[in-house]
Design a protein around this ligand. Sequence first.
Ligand code: ADP
Ligand code: ASP
Ligand code: MG
Length: 408
Amino acid sequence: MALIVQKYGGTSVANPERIRNLARRVARWKAMGHQIVVVVSAMSGETNRLIALAKEIMPEPDPRELDVMVSTGEQVTIGLTALALMDLGLKAKSYTGAQVRIVTDSAFTKARILNIDDARIRADLDAGNVVVVAGFQGVDEAGNITTLGRGGSDTTGVALAAALKADECQIYTDVDGVYTTDPRVVPDARRLKSITFEEMLELASQGSKVLQIRSVEFAGKYKVKLRVLSSFEEEGEGTLITFEEDDNMEQPIISGIAFNRDEAKVTVLGVPDRPGIAYQILGPIADANIDVDVIIQNVSADGTTDFTFTVHKNELNKTLALLREKVQGHINAREIVGDDKIAKVSVVGVGMRSHVGVASQMFRTLAEEGINIQMISTSEIKISVVIDEKYMELAVRVLHKAFELEEA
Ligand code: ADP
Ligand code: ASP
Ligand code: MG
């Protein structure tokens, strides 16, 4: 007997028929003698609908109140899922994040899980129940409802699997695994049988929405066996996230391409080139709990320089306001400008460690299409470029071809 956590995304619970389908799959696993915990997202489109509703009342909604209402999407689907399981004759119990006690910090709309009380779930499982838990939500120490950021149900699934020491966490979605890139953008993208944890972490952090990055972090930290599968197919092995590179296999240099249209670029023009300036600019941003991604600063020719970095689009206005209010005068910067018409494209692969020339091939491919590179950042296993948003899909397609990632 194994303990398995199955997470179902929005399209997998989009309507009653799909929820019944999910329940039939759970019933099959249960019939094999396994204990099953199900984590569900809201019905597809529901979280967007709720956020839009809030914005009709307040364009930049108060984060605490936003979480109170946005978390309701998952409360609907846990109830429906439990009903569908009962209708098949199974014992089932549903819980919100707060009821389980998935305790998070108080960073509303992007909270982090601190700990999970698994006593209730274990008792229910031992009593023969399928336990259904709302994804994406938790509760802080003070009892406030929190949410874990978009795509956060993945993280609920993996964190529960870690807390329960589950044998496997299965992420059921609308694709049958992790592909070389988003198959919606490149139709001949190829499914990967396995991908290393490191590469998955990099792909997720660079924008591949198939898994939320924090879910991959949890899987790495707690060594959760993690698999991505299709909820629309009966069979299929999906993609396994592995912890070791398989020595027997011929490793491709590049495993995948990720892209991200969610970032915006902020440039502080004409800042003095002196020690401490980066801290003076980014300190107030960090204090406001705003994540900064790519950062570029040049040395100066004339004593002043430009300082550029990216933040989430949702936080562009807040960042600009903060800089203008707290930083600009202080450091005597000429101007602060924002640009939200950018995209970031990244090639990822552990093979980069042992091969040279990946960057030059990437830059040549983009140059041949006349695509201008605005920012570059690299790590040991990835190269990212920031480009004009309107060339993003073209860039992904030509790079996918140039690195020979398509279906053979
Ligand atoms: P769910 O609602 O099940 O969580 P998501 O929409 O969050 O589903 O994630 C699945 C989607 O991720 C796919 O439909 C696909 O368009 C997208 N995606 C992006 N990059 C990849 C990739 N490398 N492999 C597979 N799917 C990807
Ligand atoms: N419903 C949430 C969202 O749309 C969480 C999730 O689907 O994982 O982001
Ligand atoms: Mg998702």
